[in-house]
Design a protein around this ligand. Structure first.
Ligand SMILES: [Zn+2]
Ligand SMILES: [Zn+2]
Length: 150
């Protein structure tokens, strides 16, 4: 798919700026479907003021770190759900239940679904407050949300 340079108006300073073909390709590779709303200098200013607006901030850190578990020493524990002895990669403590691999898969899929929903809700709250480039939703929705600021 070929991209072409496009002229956009900055929401903050009202100045025109070019959304280059290369930037459009970059946005698409990041899965960002919205156009940038600020010129590069206003974006740079916001990045200095609001580090959480940086578009490289991971919004799904919880899920990502779960996927990156590394093997560690195993400890014997009893499954919270079925009572069977099992080995876990952390020191079992009373403050969190331990599961055998069968029950764990069952529980984990539920927990991951819940964590993903929470991360999504948080990302959605953050992006609505920050109105940063990671904002989800249509351009129409974005403009409607932004109207009170104008
Ligand atoms: Zn600007
Ligand atoms: Zn079990």
């Amino acid at each position: 798919m070929a991209f072409q340079d496009r002229e956009l108006a900055c929401r903050d300073c009202g100045g025109g700026f070019v959304f280059t073909a290369g930037e459009q390709e970059f946005y698409q590779s990041k899965g960002l479907t919205n156009d940038p709303v600020r010129c590069p200098s206003c974006r740079a200013t916001r990045k200095m003021m609001r580090p959480e607006d940086r578009e490289e901030t991971p919004h799904y850190g919880v899920a990502v770190s779960w996927g990156g578990r590394t093997p560690r020493q195993l400890h014997v524990a009893h499954c919270f759900q079925c009572g069977q002895a099992t080995e876990v990669p952390f020191v079992p403590r009373g403050d969190r239940p331990v599961y055998c691999s069968n029950c764990y898969n069952d529980v984990r899929s539920k927990q991951e679904a819940q964590a993903a929903a929470e991360a999504e809700a948080m990302a959605s709250r953050l992006s609505h407050r920050a109105e940063g480039p990671a904002l989800e939703g249509s351009a129409e929705e974005r403009e409607r949300v932004a109207l009170p600021d104008l």
